[in-house]
Ligand binder design. Structure first.
Ligand SMILES: Cc1cc2nc3c(=O)[nH]c(=O)nc-3n(C[C@H](O)[C@H](O)[C@H](O)COP(=O)(O)O)c2cc1C
Length: 388
């Protein structure tokens, strides 16, 4: 398929379809993507001591064929105490690294998707039961662990508080992020996303709700941003210069007096100076007092606000489920890309269906070429197959 370009006459000739913005290419540093769709990182709570297993093999290989140009591996924790649940994925030793290797080898064999990895630390939200076990804090007496955070403030009233990090602890966790970045590079990961959202460790430093430190890491906005920026710098320096590093943020706590869009814009500006390649704009997670105005595309204005104020490449995420909705977000310049989580679990070929609807093209493995609808002969590009 040829897309209309600015050199073509307008209105376009009928044989030259209007270009879909969602299915137009984008470059993130040295990484070229053929469309603007990312499979959002999604914890599976199914690892063994941080190690990926057969569930991850099936899940990741399936979503690597979604038609999204980039698949982001779930929150991958940089140390064991930084896991949300005992089932969370990790990348902190040779065993966790080795477990991901065959999965990535299979993805590379059957898919052309770029593979990003979200690297994460849960801070005070660690030591939780899996969501389907209730998701509440696991007490030490039931096999939980002592969490650490910016301040000794529990996430929820009545919970055991985290231990406040000292300088040594901060250095240890920063180095753990660096270690995970190096292992990710060894695994051939194409891009990293630093998890600075949803009330996990880096967000806990940013928000005055969870950070009440009195040293250089607490108080003013500049001080609250200091540790997340130090971690970003360290990860950026440890990952190859041509590969992108993005950051997922909660652009607001949805709590009066908490972290908000204005502060996020300052943070995004600081990240931009340090070479961030995208901001993935989510929200909430730091306080049970949050009041989230849920609705289709409810976080899109946050991505738009960040993009307009800073010019940073943004990814919109959150209740984006329809092809035309995603197209409108990108075409109108509200965000540069979209990420889908639940919509992809529900329809693991979401990208194919969106391409069919919008006149785009997606990569598909030859084993599946014959699924091409009779009205969509160019959906998978130039494919030929036959039989005798
Ligand atoms: C099963 C599941 C697991 C998730 N795990 C993560 C995660 O590891 N990291 C993250 O940043 N967000 C995580 N999220 C949030 C999604 O990435 C996304 O921001 C959110 O679900 C909104 O997008 P959606 O409406 O398309 O689902 C998870 C969401 C789901 C449904």
């Amino acid at each position: 398929m040829r897309y209309r370009t600015s050199a073509d006459p307008f209105p376009p000739f009928p044989d030259i379809p209007d270009m879909s913005a969602l299915f137009s290419p984008i470059k993130l540093r040295g990484l070229a993507l053929s469309n603007r769709i990312m499979v959002a990182p999604m914890c599976q709570y199914s690892a063994d001591d941080g190690k990926a297993n057969d569930w991850h093999f099936t899940h990741i290989n399936s979503l690597a064929l979604s038609g999204a140009a980039m698949f982001c591996i779930e929150a991958t924790h940089v140390e064991a105490v930084g896991r949300i649940t005992p089932g969370c994925l990790g990348l902190w030793n040779d065993a966790t690294e080795a477990a991901l290797k065959p999965i990535l080898a299979s993805v590379r064999k059957h898919s052309k998707t770029a593979v990003a990895m979200q690297i994460a630390h849960a801070g005070r939200k660690g030591s939780s039961y899996r969501p389907w076990q209730g998701g509440q804090q696991i007490p030490l007496s039931e096999g939980g662990w002592q969490t650490e955070g910016p301040s000794a403030l529990p996430h929820k009233e009545g919970e055991a508080p985290p231990r406040a990090f000292d300088a040594q602890g901060l250095a240890r966790v920063r180095e753990a992020f660096v270690g995970a970045a190096r292992r990710a590079e060894r695994l051939g990961i194409d891009a990293l996303e630093l998890h600075s959202a949803h009330g996990y460790l880096l967000h806990q430093f940013l928000s005055p709700i969870s950070n009440q430190r009195t040293d250089q890491y607490g108080g003013s906005l500049q001080n609250r941003m200091r540790y997340p920026l130090e971690v970003f710098d360290a990860v950026r320096a440890a990952f190859p210069a041509e590969k992108p590093v993005g950051v997922k943020v909660s652009a607001t706590d949805w709590v009066e007096g908490g972290w908000d869009l204005a502060q996020t814009i300052e943070y995004a500006g600081e990240l931009k100076k340090r070479g961030v390649d995208w901001i993935d704009a989510s929200s909430g997670g730091v306080s049970p007092k949050q009041k989230i105005p849920l609705g289709p595309g409810y976080q899109v204005p946050l991505a738009q606000g960040i993009r307009e104020a800073t010019g940073v490449t943004t990814i919109a995420v959150g209740l984006i489920t329809e092809a035309k909705q995603a197209e409108e977000i990108v075409a109108s310049g509200k965000a540069d890309m979209v990420a889908l989580a639940r919509g992809m679990l529900y329809d693991p070929r979401w990208g194919w269906h969106a391409a069919a609807e919008l006149g785009g093209e997606v990569e598909a493995p030859p084993q599946y070429w014959r699924s091409q609808p009779s009205t969509q002969k160019a959906l998978f590009g130039a494919t030929t197959f036959g039989a005798r």
